[in-house]
Design a protein around this ligand. Structure first.
Ligand SMILES: [Zn+2]
Length: 355
């Protein structure tokens, strides 16, 4: 049945039989299930991605229906992710859809993206994009940006290689300007399909280990006079993200994101990212994490106050700090104050785990 289902993909040089099987083992996160996310998730679903994780906190409104083609009149008032999951599942029995109804923030972002192979940006806020992109960069998860408003759209791919610009080289510290929202400027459904289509084409290439076309380049699309422009984007000299990833973590806990490696006691080195102005650090240990995560969570719950647990994570307190540890060993430490304290807490945790 699988072969039958995908029989029209097998003759394609862009997919083919072998790659169709590869896609079955890929997980893609679609952040935002509005105008772009509804289109990109349908394409990913059609292409046979093994698992699609969809995230949105919104409910369906009447004004969404002309462009958000997964939803119907009967769905008004219901959660976007729930209805999207129902529709997507009806269209492809071979793709698993996980729906998460939440707003992406600096606290939940690491848990949300851990384990996915690629992130599709279907967001409409720069503030959320910045949080998602920074987390994706610290975990080295490829990220495909797309934006669309009125009759124009743009798409760009990021694999986090140093030679290419990062998202913040382009958006800088742009804030969300209400006069540029789709409520005010409108959005043509056609531009959403073109933009999301190009975005998913890029995603496919990355998922199949091919080089995407939009690294360091932005595809601009304008349907008023049908224009496709490809522009080169250079790295920004003093980009707040990629040009200060040099290693100046000590500089502070407020205002800037920095990144570098530190020794964690006798355990080894860990990459540490400090998140913008939030007194939050993400630790990505470089030593071998070889553990039974269920045993680890059991043991942690005997020692510290546990706030919540899931199959792949545990959130608990060590004194005044809050820690979310995921099964890959990546830990997000909040309310730790200075970097030194965060490192001490991380060391204490791994000393305990090793015992
Ligand atoms: Zn940059």
């Amino acid at each position: 049945m699988f072969d039958d289902f995908y029989s029209r993909h097998y003759p394609l040089s862009s997919i083919g039989k072998e790659n169709q099987l590869k896609l079955k083992y890929r997980t893609v996160l679609v952040a935002g299930m509005g105008g772009l996310g509804t289109v990109s998730s349908q394409l990913l679903n059609s292409l046979g991605i093994g698992k699609i994780k969809i995230i949105d906190f919104d409910v369906i409104e009447q004004s969404n229906l002309p462009r958000q083609t997964l939803y119907t009149v009967d769905d008004i008032g219901k959660a976007k992710v729930e209805q999207a999951k129902i529709q997507l599942s009806k269209r492809n029995p071979f793709t698993k859809v996980e729906d998460v109804m939440t707003r992406i923030d600096a606290i939940n972002v690491t848990n949300l993206i851990t384990g996915v192979d690629l992130i599709i940006d279907g967001l409409d806020k720069f503030t959320t994009r910045r949080i998602l992109f920074r987390a994706a960069r610290s975990l080295k998860i490829p990220y495909i940006f797309a934006g669309a408003i009125a009759e124009t759209g743009n798409v760009m791919s990021f694999n986090h290689d140093d030679e290419y610009p990062c998202l913040e080289c382009i958006i800088g510290d742009t804030t969300d300007d209400e006069s540029q929202s789709c409520e005010i400027r409108g959005v043509n459904p056609v531009i959403l399909h073109l933009t999301a289509g190009i975005q998913v084409n890029e995603a496919m290439k990355i998922l199949l280990d091919k080089k995407p076309d939009l690294l360091g380049k932005m595809q601009l699309i304008d349907v008023t006079e049908l224009d496709f422009d490809l522009i080169n984007i250079a790295k920004k000299d003093n980009c707040a993200l990629c040009s200060i990833e040099k290693d100046n973590l000590e500089k502070g806990t407020v205002g800037d994101t920095t990144k570098g490696e530190r020794e964690i006691g006798k355990h080894g080195k860990s990459l540490i990212t400090s998140l913008c102005g939030r007194d939050t650090y993400i630790f990505d240990p470089k030593w071998d994490i070889n553990w039974n995560f269920t045993e680890i969570t059991d043991s942690i719950s005997k020692q510290w106050n546990v706030k919540s647990t899931g199959r792949d994570y545990i959130t608990f307190n060590i004194r005044t700090t809050s820690i979310s540890l995921v099964n890959t060993g990546i830990a997000t430490i909040r309310s730790a104050g200075k970097i030194k304290n965060a490192i001490n807490v991380m060391n204490e945790l791994f000393d305990y785990i090793k015992k």
